[in-house]
Design a protein around this ligand. Structure first.
Ligand code: BES
Ligand code: MN
Ligand code: ZN
Length: 510
């Protein structure tokens, strides 16, 4: 894949004010009366320029803001970027990540060649240096990301590469920062990769193309293998859910199975995990067709599956001591003479029959086959991730993903990983009341419930396919994209879930 912007990221031991760089990024809290040691030293060398910006009120250190101060002969940097960190007491690791993202985004906008990050300084003693190194790396990738592979002319000239470094004058500190940095680079790259795949439209990525991409990743990543079932192989196995949804498209469906096994590392005693992701490469709704308004956003309906692919890449590169399956059922949901219809009764891979009430509730139709496949592989823990319901977006907005599940401890572990990764989740119910609504008179269950609580009924549908496994479901309809650019990132795919799932898997191998 064409690398969107080639990021070179490392640590460097260098004195802050002597560091030769196009842009030196430093943090500043909102509620501090005085500049901290580093900023005070820079301010002195710059003849009070930082103090003047603050005194004029042009920059107050508010979260998501920044200001540029130009260098002079007393410092090595051509520019200093003051990055607002918000209120000191509210700061989390995500503050560090967002500050780096902010600095990286400004670097790309200003088209600098080198950026030096001294953002961890403001948090010293508060967060572990390794964790901050990781957060800064993740943030650097996140903030510098843009999707322009089909833009043939860029009037201002395109920035092709950026050299970023995390700097500190103490080599003991750069060593610690560097440990986190190397993990963060893997995760950040995997997330950017996922964002690009998700941003690609339906005419570029269809299920066979996604399957080919998964095979390419497996081929070039140690420890990862990939098996793909085409429509004939799915038919032979009875994967009726995926086949039904894919039947309306000229592009046939695919069932993608990635497997990661650690090379030479014992994963014994650890649970086998399945990550199951919905990959509808375009969701028109099928015969229960959607309104034209914003239908284009449904190219992002493959995000869950792509998150799984990106996470598998990261897990393999991190060489985690864990066996992980990445299961990605993929189809395109279109109306045509061969489409599945409302009223159809489908026999799914589990053997359960489903009465189709609405062909737009297609995510659960493909996921149920993915979940049943995970059960068949004897996975102990199943995590599915999907842009499953508009109802989840209505309930939680665009800031957190819905978290449902059948195991309290597993749900808590995902909540912890969410805090650490900055990809937020909120618990929602999916119990028997919701499942009750999907009882059918002519099949084992229907594919929709009542008008209310759509995110919960969707999860209650899935719950019926996980057997005795511990299971959680992440509904990312809402968090999968940004409508518009922010200080930290551009619009389009957010890559939500790559950091969250990787963090969860890292935590259980600790
Ligand atoms: N992919 C959609 C869910 C979605 C909606 C994601 C908006 C992102 C933004 C899903 O396949 C869908 O159409 N769900 C239906 C379910 C309904 C028919 C029970 C929905 O949410 O309307
Ligand atoms: Mn749909
Ligand atoms: Zn969908």
């Amino acid at each position: 894949m064409k690398e969107i912007i080639n990021i070179k990221l490392k640590t460097q031991r260098v004195d802050f004010s002597r560091c030769k760089t196009d842009l030196l990024a430093v943090g500043q809290f909102y509620d501090t009366k005085e500049l901290d040691k580093l900023n005070a030293e820079l301010n002195r060398k710059l003849g009070g320029a930082i103090g003047r910006v603050i005194k004029l009120g042009d920059f107050k250190g508010k979260d998501g803001t920044s200001a540029v101060v130009y260098g002079n002969e007393s410092i090595g940097a051509k520019r200093v970027l003051l990055v607002g960190l918000g209120e000191r007491k509210k700061a989390t690791l995500d503050t560090v990540r967002k500050a780096a993202a902010n600095a990286a985004k400004k670097s790309v906008e200003m088209r600098v060649k080198t950026v030096s990050l001294a953002l961890h300084r403001a948090f010293e003693g508060r967060f572990d240096l390794r964790a901050m190194g990781q957060a800064m790396a993740e943030g650097t990738y996140f903030g510098s990301y843009r999707y322009d592979e089909f833009v043939t002319k860029d009037e201002d000239g395109r920035l092709n590469s950026l050299s970023a470094e995390v700097i500190d004058s103490d080599s003991a500190k750069t060593t610690k920062l560097n440990k986190g940095l190397s993990r963060g680079i893997i995760i950040g790259r995997a997330q950017s990769y996922a964002r690009t795949l998700a941003n690609r439209p339906g005419n570029i990525i269809n299920p066979p193309e996604l399957a080919a991409e998964a095979k390419r990743v497996a081929k070039t990543t140690a420890g990862l293998t990939c098996t793909v079932f085409d429509e004939k192989q799915m038919a032979a196995r009875g994967m009726g859910g995926v086949l039904a949804v894919g039947s309306g498209s000229q592009s046939p469906p695919r069932f993608i199975v990635l497997k990661y096994s650690p090379l030479g590392k014992a994963a014994s005693g650890r649970p086998t995990i399945a990550l199951v992701g919905k990959a509808i490469t375009f969701d028109s709704g099928g015969l229960s067709i959607k309104h034209a308004d914003k239908m284009d956003e449904m190219k992002l309906d493959k995000t869950g599956g792509i998150t799984v692919l990106g996470t598998m890449k990261a897990v393999a590169e991190l060489r985690l001591a864990l066996n992980v399956f990445g299961i990605i059922p993929s189809a395109e949901n279109l109306p045509s003479g061969t489409s599945y219809r409302p009223g159809d009764i489908i026999t799914t891979f589990s053997g359960k029959t489903v009465e189709v009430v609405n062909t737009d509730a297609e995510g659960r139709m493909i996921l149920c086959d993915g979940l049943a496949y995970a059960v068949k592989q004897n996975c102990d823990i199943i995590i599915d991730i999907a842009t499953l319901t508009g109802a989840c977006r209505v309930a939680l907005g665009k800031y957190m993903a819905g978290l449902m599940g059948n195991d309290e401890r597993l749900m808590k572990q995902l909540q912890t990983a969410a805090k650490e990764s900055g990809e937020k989740v909120w618990p929602m119910p999916s119990g028997d009341e919701y499942a009750e609504e999907m009882k059918s008179k002519i099949a084992d269950l229907k594919n929709t419930g009542s008008k209310w609580g759509g995110a919960c009924t969707a999860a209650a549908f899935l719950r019926q396919f996980v057997g005795n496994a511990k299971w959680v479901h992440l509904d990312i309809a809402g968090t999968e994209m940004f409508d518009k650019a922010t200080e930290y990132t551009t619009e389009g795919s957010s890559g939500f879930g790559v950091r969250l799932l990787t963090r969860y898997l890292m935590n259980i191998t600790k």
